[in-house]
Design a protein around this ligand. Sequence first.
Ligand code: SF4
Ligand code: SF4
Length: 470
Amino acid sequence: MYDPKSMKAEEFICHDEILETLAYAEANKNNEELIDRILDKARLRKGLTHREALVLLDCEIEEKNQEIYALAEQIKKDFYGNRIVMFAPLYLSNYCINGCLYCPYHLKNKHIARKKLTQEEVRKEVIALQDMGHKRLAIETGEDPEMCPIEYVLECIDTIYSIKHKNGAIRRVNVNIAATTVENYRKLKEAGIGTYILFQETYHKKSYETLHPTGPKHNYDYHTEAMDRAMEGGIDDVGLGVLFGLELYRYELAGLLMHAEHLEAVHGVGPHTISVPRIKPADDIDPDNFDNGISDDIFAKLTACIRVAVPYTGMIISTRENKECRERLLHLGVSQVSGASRTSVGGYAEAEEENSAQFDVSDNRTLDEVVRWLMDQGYIPSFCTACYREGRTGDRFMSLCKSGQIQNCCDPNALMTLKEYLEDYASPETKRIGEELIRRQAEKIPNEKVRGIVYKNLEAIEQGRRDFRF
Ligand code: SF4
Ligand code: SF4
């Protein structure tokens, strides 16, 4: 029944295979010999199967767990160096016809303010985001074909890309909207989006149907097969994610990795990113009503296991998590973080009068503070958006990523985009720390020719030129 190449959700996310995987992991959680073999395979940096990853997740041998964490950290360094890519969410509309039990935008919530940005309001939001220094956005909407049709989303994308305020520009728009048709995915591709992101929420079909009692999202198969339609529509960078806390985390990790295996088997390219949100308090939502919440320790283990299982996939953590948690996960595999996020519609340009937020933010620092904090931890905050603009997407991107060659672009791009940020937006102290970091890191660029170009471009940025990239 389990078939990663099948196009049917119930065959590539096969419930029986997940149950067998969980039983196998449980039976082998103290099998040192097997765990050593899996760790040896993981050290090859070619990834693990869902079964192997689940054995590591369940592993109860403390010494081996420390090896898993150390390996996750090493793989993170090998594939991502010390760069962390920055982004911000932009909520366009919170009208929604679905009944998701864990989200305040659900149709029956009558005490949340409903809003949809006009193009003028989109403009204001984008200028506010540009004035912070953001270059990469993830746009978010609820599902409502009347209030928020695909044409509206496309118009917003056009508006976002068209705004050039001072030295600001949004150079990559990722899109997180409801599962849709091949035709609509094709339109999004033509609009020049980066990654299409759709969280599965839960891979457990029965729970999924209970958690989504009404609305089009109730259809598990349509939702689960969305990435295949997106790929058919020409979008070759897709982002997966589950909302941890809805179902048993072990089940979710198996489902998530099976989904990645399916994309690889059918399309020859795995997920571009994996997000790891946990359920959080919000209007009308109490996380205590969901009894599968996970502790910080389990969350760290999950992150480490994803990192070793899919080494080439970017991992994203949002401001749902607080500073301490984000700090811990950065070591274990996270490669992208949001900064200074507002999770309400119109929240960047204007102070909120009425609550329209999707969830409470746990990390309320400014982008300048987040950038400085990352640098204090030894990371290089990167505002790079080069790949899709250079046509490095899908399997082309993945092969560069898997061979490690992408690093030759990422490192110089991180330094040049950080330099832009420092010139245009940073506070004096952040600028001082950043200049010093760039000086130290630029010296380390191994290729002499590339190093020379970077020095030249850094100077040009000081003189007011922008948007250099490899
Ligand atoms: S999770 Fe998405 S689809 Fe569900 S209620 Fe919230 S906005 Fe609507
Ligand atoms: S070069 Fe490509 S992979 Fe590297 S940080 Fe930039 S966009 Fe990401």
